[in-house]
Design a protein around this ligand. Structure first.
Ligand code: NOJ
Length: 717
């Protein structure tokens, strides 16, 4: 449709029809069985006219189901405006990829794009038009269950991965390519900074910090073309995001020029009553529409009260019209007026969803996402000629998909025991299931017996998937006690333990440090069992590196590598008394941001700069020679960090400014070069302007954020 036709269409709509466009409800409301509709309808107080006008639908899939709903809907909608199907396709549709925190550990934008591309293809043939991804919340607190959905603690890396996902979902031509879906950046803003890691809790930080650290990731994803933005549940500076004009009108729309659709999170408009900033639904509706929230997800404050607010003159009709136009434009950008089913195709659904090609892609990404945290005495890869026991709750578990894997099915998953046997490794296991939290005494005794008899024990531990994700914060981020007890009992009879972990957050692993090897496999998705088996056998050489610090203890949380300078720097004098530190634990992470091992061994040569001075026209060129000094090919993620020595405001002691995945054959070496521009070292100043400070900088290169080269002093003019 031409823009003029959209304007015409808007002109023909009644006030009720316009307000209807702003409502998002779930698919149950469109069930063809009246008795299934009645409950939800009574709950929200909707009548048939409301259903005929509601602009978008949440959480329906299946080409046939979507076709039925769309056909019936368009008949009932007076102006035949199509509805729009949205859903949470977060790390795969049915073919599930590693959770985003795992995917991020690949530091591979092409892996992120592949995940999104495959997800879009499966989702689009199944009838979806929009996915609520990427989630770009910067995270520093492992207690928060939703860290599994994030890509970690670094704004630069988060932005790169989010932009790659947006491209994977939307492609280059969303209108023409019906195998793509529109992306929704969430949760705006700073949802990852909930106080004490408790979900839905307050976020309180300076505006400068918000702009410097938390907003850039979202902005990069928006600049990559994402069509929608979702509000967050939290407050920002005392105002719930869903009613926060400053966030949406000032920053998102005016400063960043975002002209897409803003959707509230589930129920978040009405929650402003519980927050205590709205007296009632009418008030909540007024706050949200004035803040610029276009679609209200699953509550009816707009539906009930917007008309009155407009008639009374409290909300100009123009504001409503702008919201409706944005929604119509989104429908138009997706081509729905001409093709209301878009890519939905029952036939393609059968061949595309969970195709071999997609499973293979998920497996490759899972292989790249597993982080080798420890490997003493080259215990890994496994020696197939030894007697290997595979024990622990995750040994036979198919709970490998992780939270937010809506359409994923455990039946599609090959567990670790099955995968190892497929890979030709004979393992002894115990009979029956082994509970994650409360294994029977008999199961533990049996495990100890099998461990005693083995040369090496693979202990498959972790969190069940319900322990991370939404509403799954924990105050204790160790493995469940029963698993620590199991570790101890096994360690008493066999000291060659390899721990594998399926979990959704950085854990405090202090209690299992006597393990010879530790592999962080995250929730690796449909092909995750096989990918882990390949890492254990050595068919795959691990290359992943953490994107979120693993603390020594929960008391260090929030912990992150890019901390600000203090007046009493710990780094200068860790043993000193009057420095910024704890009495009982170091400031450092157990496994820092950027950390991960390989079966290969890499050596870094001397870091060099082409010129010690740089300016806006002449970027800094930093290079290092990387050598693979081992007998096998491997991939190293080389990282480059910068420290701005004297800023207008306090600067972090280091910040990631470049990284590269480098694959080297045995004995091979290569020079890796990073180009750092003046723009790269800009940051948000006290007046909220993005600018750089001429002066001295330190540049460091290395395998992770801790073990860096000696700093090279450079100067920005
Ligand atoms: C609530 C979650 O916070 C959000 O991430 C999700 O997209 C919506 N529900 C829709 O399911």
């Amino acid at each position: 449709m031409e823009q003029s036709q959209l304007t015409d269409l808007l002109g023909q709509m009644t006030l009720d029809e316009k307000i209807g466009q702003l409502l998002q409800i779930t698919g149950d409301f469109y069930s063809d069985k009246a008795e299934e509709r009645t409950g939800p309808m009574t709950q929200l107080g909707l009548d048939e006219d409301d259903l005929a006008n509601a602009g978008t639908v949440l959480g329906v899939t299946g080409a046939e189901e979507c076709r039925k709903i769309q056909t019936a809907y368009m008949k009932r909608n007076r102006l035949h405006i199509p509805t729009l199907f949205m859903g949470d396709v977060i790390h795969g549709f049915r073919t599930i990829f590693p959770i985003p925190l795992g995917l991020a550990s690949s530091w591979d934008e092409s892996a992120a794009e592949t995940m999104a591309r495959v997800s879009a293809h499966e989702a689009s043939v199944s009838g979806l038009f929009v996915t609520f991804s990427p989630m770009v919340d910067l995270v520093r607190d492992a207690r928060w269950g939703r860290v599994m959905e994030s890509t970690g603690e670094d704004p630069y890396l988060n932005g790169k991965l989010a932009a790659a996902m947006v491209h994977g979902y939307q492609g280059d031509d969303l209108l023409a390519d019906t195998t793509r879906v529109a992306a929704c950046v969430k949760h705006f803003a700073a949802y990852g900074a909930a106080v004490a890691g408790r979900d839905y809790n307050t976020v309180d930080m300076s505006e400068r910090q918000l702009r410097d650290m938390y907003l850039p990731g979202y902005k990069t994803a928006i600049d990559a073309g994402a069509k929608l933005v979702m509000t967050s549940f939290n407050t920002v500076d005392g105002v719930p995001a869903s009613g926060n004009r400053h966030l949406f009108r000032d920053i998102l729309r005016r400063e960043w020029g975002f002209d897409g659709v803003v959707i509230s999170d589930f129920g978040a408009v009405k929650e402003m009553i519980s927050h205590g900033v709205a007296a009632d639904e009418r008030d909540a509706a007024k706050l949200a529409i004035k803040a610029g929230v276009d679609i209200e997800m699953m509550t009816v404050c707009y539906l009930r009260h917007l008309k009155d607010l407009i008639v009374s003159g409290e909300v100009p009709e123009q504001v409503l019209d702008e919201s409706v136009m944005r929604i119509l434009e989104l429908k138009n950008d997706l081509g729905l007026f001409e093709n209301p089913l878009r890519g939905a195709d029952a036939e393609a659904e059968r061949t595309v969803v969970m195709s071999k090609q997609h499973r293979d892609a998920a497996r490759r990404v899972a292989e790249e996402s597993m982080v080798l945290l420890k490997n003493d005495d080259a215990t890994l890869p496994l020696d197939a000629s030894r007697k290997i026991a595979l024990l622990g709750p995750a040994a036979k578990s198919t709970d490998l998909l992780g939270a937010w894997s809506w359409k994923g099915q455990e039946d599609d998953v090959a567990a670790l025991d099955v995968s190892l046997r497929e890979a030709g490794i004979q393992v002894s296991t115990v009979d029956g299931d082994f509970d994650y939290l409360q294994p029977s005494d008999q199961a533990v005794e049996e495990a100890v017996r099998v461990a005693k008899d083995a040369d090496v024990v693979v202990l498959a531990l972790g969190e069940p998937s319900y322990m991370s994700g939404e509403a799954s914060s924990r105050s204790d981020i160790r493995l469940p006690q029963a698993q620590l007890d199991l570790f101890k009992a096994v360690a008493a009879v066999n000291d060659r333990i390899i721990v594998t972990l399926f979990n959704g957050r950085p854990l405090d692993l202090s209690d299992i440090q006597s393990a010879k090897a530790i592999v962080e496999a995250w929730f690796p998705g449909t092909e995750g069992g096989r990918a882990l088996a390949d890492v254990l056998t050595g068919a795959v050489n691990p290359s992943a590196k953490l994107t979120m610090s693993f603390p020594v203890s929960v008391g260090q949380v929030p912990i992150y590598y890019n901390v600000d300078n203090t007046g009493r720097p710990y780094e200068n004098d860790p043993e000193g008394k009057y420095v910024s530190k704890y009495l009982d634990v170091s400031n450092y992470a157990a496994y820092p941001f950027g950390f991960g091992l390989s079966y290969s061994k890499f050596e870094y040569g001397e870091v060099k700069v082409e010129d010690h001075e740089f300016d806006a026209d002449n970027p800094l060129k930093v290079s290092v020679e990387l050598r693979n000094v081992s007998e096998r090919e491997g991939t190293e993620i080389v990282q480059c960090y910068v420290h701005d020595l004297v800023g207008e405001v306090v600067r972090p002691i280091k910040q990631l400014k470049g990284y590269e995945r480098v694959t080297l054959a045995a004995g091979e070496s290569r020079t890796v070069t990073f180009t750092i521009t003046e723009e790269d070292v800009r940051y948000v100043h006290a007046d909220y302007e993005l600018d750089s400070d001429p002066g001295d900088f330190d540049v460091m290169v290395g395998p992770n954020s801790r073990d860096l080269s000696k700093a090279i002093r450079v100067h920005l003019f």
